[in-house]
Design a protein around this ligand. Structure first.
Ligand SMILES: NC(=O)c1ccc[n+]([C@@H]2O[C@H](COP(=O)([O-])OP(=O)(O)OC[C@H]3O[C@@H](n4cnc5c(N)ncnc54)[C@H](OP(=O)(O)O)[C@@H]3O)[C@@H](O)[C@H]2O)c1
Length: 339
């Protein structure tokens, strides 16, 4: 089979297209013929060594993907062979990601993909949708699970709603019944966040975004899904309701965070940090189940018309796919693996 591998950390040029033997699924695992592989910032961060040196002699990158199960290991129902699936955390703690014609994952990390959902949808789910789910389910007053109605009456602020995670936050929050506000940096991203389903968009670089958000949500925002805590903490606190939650999944821009302890205390604010790798199996399993339900409801479409342009590369150009993610291309970067 064709596979992309790297042996040492470094720039995108360390990625090589090679031929490898088909991997065999072990007990509790499935083998998947990958149709589309999804690329996330964590993939180039792992490749570059920014997230620490690689632990394996050879790594096939990428956590996310979608395809068809073609073999199962001991203990897995043979009826799963032929099932269309989306994958999450494929390369987490293992050297076998989705940038290959076949990959092997624990059976529970291959989630059934309904016939009406394309492989592009499936490959775009993993990291963004599971992160968004966690961001929306860590508030003191709940909910812990998402379904239609779970966020009725709540106001969610999706920072950077034209980003891959921001897009998933908008879609899942909207599916669950929230009023969704998204911040964006300009009109093109406003168009995308609106297409994703945001009820309101606010340009965080112009005017008085806090006043605009307060005008939309006079009682304050219940949950902020934050991509740039250092840049946005003052704004978040200015719009957060009492006992509200700031769910922080990144600090893009890298601005240092200085906490005004009294301000957080007075608000009884919850500042929740999150990263998928250490969220724990229960939270990840719950997220995968709820995201699968949202997919069945058709709530997580992708593509420009749904607020997430697709930027595609063939497998042999995976290095260019990494370059695109690294420079912050707008939309979802996908690698076409098999036809
Ligand atoms: N914790 C986790 O488990 C987890 C999971 C997934 C991703 N992440 C991290 O989350 C970040 C985003 O990932 P992604 O895949 O969504 O990337 P992406 O598609 O490139 O989106 C990033 C978005 O953030 C926006 N942004 C940057 N600074 C902002 C600010 N000050 N205020 C509001 N929006 C801002 C950008 O838009 P503008 O530049 O136009 O504002 C862009 O739309 C990355 O750092 C990634 O590593 C963490």
């Amino acid at each position: 089979m064709k596979a992309i591998v790297y042996r040492d950390n470094g720039g995108p040029d360390v990625l090589q297209l090679v031929e490898r033997d088909l991997p065999a699924p072990g007990p509790g695992e499935v083998r998947v013929r990958v149709a589309v592989s999804g690329v996330n910032p964590t993939d180039w961060q792992a490749r570059s060594g920014a997230a620490g040196p690689t632990r394996f002699p050879e790594v096939t990158p990428h956590l996310d993907g979608a395809g068809v199960i073609d073999a199962v290991g001991a203990g897995v129902e043979r009826s799963r062979i032929g099932q269309r699936v989306w994958l999450f955390l494929a390369a987490a703690g293992r050297p076998t990601g989705t940038a290959a014609e076949f990959t092997v994952v624990p059976a529970e990390q291959a989630v059934p993909l309904p016939d009406q959902a394309g492989f592009d949808v499936g490959a775009a789910l993993g990291v963004p949708a599971l992160t968004a789910h966690r961001a929306l389910t860590v508030a003191e007053d709940g909910p812990r699970r998402l379904r239609p109605g779970a966020l009725d009456g709540r106001v969610v602020l999706a920072a950077g709603g034209a980003g891959a995670v921001g897009h998933a936050v908008i879609q899942l929050a909207r599916w669950a019944g929230a009023t969704v506000i998204s911040t964006v940096s300009g009109p093109e991203k406003a168009r995308l966040a609106t297409a994703a389903g945001a009820h309101h968009v606010v340009n965080y670089r112009a005017g008085d975004p806090a006043a605009e958000i307060r005008a939309i949500a006079p009682d304050g925002v219940d949950i902020v899904a934050e991509v740039a805590l250092g840049a946005n903490l003052a704004l978040d606190l200015a719009v957060l309701r009492t006992r509200g939650t700031i769910s922080t999944y990144a600090n893009d821009g890298g601005r240092p965070v200085e906490l005004n302890v009294v301000q957080h205390m007075v608000l009884n604010a919850r500042l929740q940090f999150l990263v998928l790798y250490t969220a724990g199996p229960r939270a990840r399993a719950a997220a995968a189940e709820d995201v699968a339900a949202a997919v069945r409801d058709g709530a997580l479409p992708v593509g420009e018309e749904h607020g997430l342009p697709l930027v595609r590369f063939p497998l042999e150009r995976t290095a260019d796919a990494h370059r695109a993610v690294e420079r912050g291309v707008v939309g979802k970067v996908l690698v076409d693996v098999t036809a």
